[in-house]
Write a protein that binds this ligand. Sequence first.
Ligand code: HXC
Ligand code: NAP
Length: 281
Amino acid sequence: MFRDGLLAGKRVLITGGGTGLGKSIGRRYVELGAELVICGRRGEVLQATADQFERELGARIDIHACDVRDAEAVESMMVRIWENGPLDVLVNNAAGNFLARTERLSPRAVDAVIDIVLKGGAYCTIAAGRRWIDAGRRGTVLCILTQSALVGAPFTVPSAMAKAGLLSMIRSLAVEWGPKGIRLVGVAPGPFPTEGAWSRLMPKERHREPVENGIALRRVGRHEELADLCTFLVSDNAGFITGEAIVIDGGKWLQGAAGPSAVNMQNWSDETWENLRKPKS
Ligand code: HXC
Ligand code: NAP
């Protein structure tokens, strides 16, 4: 889909890039020539991803063990990254989430999610943005949201709140930093199987029917599909897109809005449809 070397010359930091979707996005970026930096809390996970990419793609990537909830740790990571050259792209992907009844959440539980997603996203964005602005450089920030940033999500309320906050950051900074050549964009994925998300959000009790039945396209997402969208959005081809978040959910949220009767009507027989055409006396 993309020409070889599309991202050559771009240095990209993906937070939480050692696992799951961040890892898949990073793989695609490396395949297209980007210089990749990843961070996360667990150094051994980052090292395993770096070893795998070196083995499979022949690419060396830069890793930083960093908890994005810690503003000082983020700042010192950015200092170390910039010592080897500026970033061109920041992908705010690190996240925490779990299912819980909101009225039972402790303050620490609320903080655990909001601090990773919202504060971590803000710390990384400000640290990169300040450097771009001081140096008069262009830059791009891509935030991995979820469709719940747009429609809410019962039982994962801190995550939905935090992602909605990131969406507000994207829209606000698109205007504030636009004149300086900095773009901010987002993607709002529906379900994409990963160990991190599935182990926390998809217990067998949750779905009486397969999760696919709640999605208009009747399947979950493929990592390559998200990675391709994330590639386009950070590439120069998307240079006129800013302040926008693109939903990539196979029609899940619209299916939810249409309600269960839309699912039911898919299964009506020809006879039922024909009977509806007959005039009622
Ligand atoms: C209620 C919980 C809880 C749960 C933790 N807590 N899990 N409360 N239900 N299931 C509470 C703890 O009791 C504690 O509060 C507080 O949260 C902090 O817990 P810790 O375990 O100390 O936190 P920490 O080690 O910092 O771990 C953060 C975490 C964890 C968010 C809780 O799950 C994590 O590390 N997640 C990172 C990866 C992740 O979540 N990936 C999924 C992303 S998927 P007390 O008061 O007891 O001390 C995603 C999809 C979005 O975002 C939408 C999909 C459709
Ligand atoms: P994941 O594999 O659990 O990814 C989360 C990553 O964030 C991990 O690599 C984790 O590494 C890192 N992280 C967590 N807390 C951190 C912290 N405090 N500091 C630095 N890094 C931290 O889950 P995923 O499914 O790939 O999720 C990736 C992104 O996609 C998230 O933004 C998520 O909200 C979004 N998303 C996923 C889905 C889905 O269906 N999978 C749907 C919608 C949106 P460490 O634990 O080592 O820190």
